[in-house]
Design a protein around this ligand. Structure first.
Ligand code: UDX
Length: 425
């Protein structure tokens, strides 16, 4: 098929590259000249496992190209919308990029083309897309993405399920054919249902993690091993062991935005949704709890706190809505000095010192704090780390350091100060 993908961010680029890999002719369209030029030269602008190789193969086989010209979608029978929908100050997604793209598509699209929205959009947006296109021959479908950053390509090629929202039988059939080779679980639903599936899935996972982090706090205060508790909980298939790892809080470009949008939708509809609201509040409480716990472990005037990890999770260079960044900013506001190392993060919070290696970050530090679960942190030479710290102690929010190796190295793995609550009972 001839496919156009408008927007070459995480979702659009993965979609374009993956469809080319599956044998389709794909044109990626983006307003960013620099990005388009780099992509046409095979330079992948994001850290994403496997993507550079498949991008290069698509370009080599002339199945894939990138342009800034909206007119390029005239040749496509399927046009994917993969544009950003950032949260506006009111908490509702900002749909202006989608509206502009619809005006362009309306001008040039071939008769009968299918316009498929992959962006996460407010409920009712796909019906608006129909109006914004203003052409009765164009068919509209919603096809939400469930890609995780860091594993986006494999998530695309081996999805748990594909959701297609449309009321147009022909569009449903074409999209079913498009995905037939990569999924046996294709859910054809209405437009609104597809929009809600995306929000409900992300808000559910975020709620699960807020709950998990609350259990981890209770474990710390009762001197219980949270890994043992959560492993026992996750063995129940109804609960599942996935998304059961405590951390510094959930973040990234999707969970915070989507959970907030779903909560706002409920409020706009005059509905109480206390569970969704509490999941958001609980995540803020958790991030504050971690920062307070660190604060109580180190004298504010002492040597810098060493931080390992700034991205919102491992496998990405993305620091958008990263709990690690939020915690570093809280520590800086409290008056701590912070030296941070991350293997991929593009930015460092203002006021923190950027370290070039894990070792550089910890040398002379009073405390090591691990905030992102990079595999390399687990492989670090803890003896060397402990030897060069002023006080060899670590607070590991991601459980990446091996407790036995830390003990042998003389690096004390600290529990949170909340543990003392039990002792003083
Ligand atoms: C998410 C959804 O998983 C994906 O389906 C959707 O389409 C986009 O949003 P992503 O933002 O890439 O993907 O991140 P994800 O892997 O889901 O992690 C989200 C947050 O939860 C991260 O901050 C991560 O560190 C945290 N997390 C995840 C945990 O703290 N513990 C876990 O066990 C899993």
């Amino acid at each position: 098929m001839n496919i156009a993908v408008i927007g070459t961010g995480y979702v659009g680029l993965t979609t374009a590259v993956a469809f080319a890999h599956l044998g389709h002719d794909v044109t990626g369209i983006d307003i960013d000249h620099g990005r388009v030029e780099a992509l046409n030269r095979g330079r992948c602008p994001i850290v994403e496992e496997g993507l550079p190789q498949v991008l290069a193969a698509g370009l080599d086989q002339s199945r894939l190209s990138f342009t800034t010209e909206a007119e390029a979608c005239a040749a496509a029978s399927i046009i994917f919308l993969c544009l950003p929908t950032p949260a506006s100050p009111s908490g509702h997604p900002d749909l202006s990029a989608i509206e502009v793209a619809c005006a362009n598509i309306s001008r040039v699209a071939a008769e009968g083309a299918i316009v498929v929205c992959k962006s996460t959009v407010a409920v009712g947006t796909n019906k608006k897309i129909q109006q914004w296109l203003g052409r009765s021959d164009l068919r509209v479908a919603s096809n939400p993405e469930f890609l995780r950053e860091g594993t986006a390509l494999s998530d695309f090629l081996q999805p748990d399920r594909v959701v297609i929202g449309t009321t147009d039988a022909q569009a449903a059939e074409v999209l079913r054919l498009l995905y037939r080779d990569i999924s046996d679980d294709i859910n054809i639903v209405g437009l609104t249902e597809a929009e809600l599936i995306k929000y409900a899935a992300n808000a559910f996972l975020a709620t699960k993690l807020s709950y998990v982090n609350e259990i981890a706090r209770i474990c710390a205060a009762t001197d219980a091993d949270s890994a043992a508790v959560l492993s026992g909980v996750g063995s129940d298939h109804r609960i599942s062991a996935q998304f059961l790892n405590p951390g510094p809080g959930w973040g990234g470009s999707c969970f915070p935005k989507d959970t907030l949008a779903l909560h706002h939708l409920a409020l706009d509809l005059g509905l109480d949704a206390p569970v969704i609201g509490a999941a958001i509040e609980s995540n803020d409480v958790h991030t504050a709890y971690v920062a307070d716990a660190i604060d109580r472990l180190v004298d504010r005037k002492a040597s810098p706190i060493a931080v390992w990890g700034l991205t919102f999770k491992a496998g990405t260079d993305d620091t958008r809505d990263s709990p690690a960044v939020a915690i570093v900013e809280k520590l800086l506001a409290m008056g701590h000095r912070v030296t941070a190392f991350d293997p991929e993060a593009q930015t460092t919070p203002a006021g923190a010192i950027r370290a070039s290696t894990t070792h550089h970050a910890t040398t002379g530090a009073d405390l090591l704090v691990v905030l992102t679960e990079w595999a390399d942190f687990a492989k670090a030479d803890l003896r060397r780390v402990a030897r060069h710290m002023r006080r060899p102690q670590a607070f590991d929010t991601r459980a990446v350091l091996d407790p036995a190796a830390a003990r042998e190295a003389g690096l004390a793995l600290l529990k949170t100060p909340m543990d003392t609550a039990l002792a003083s009972c």
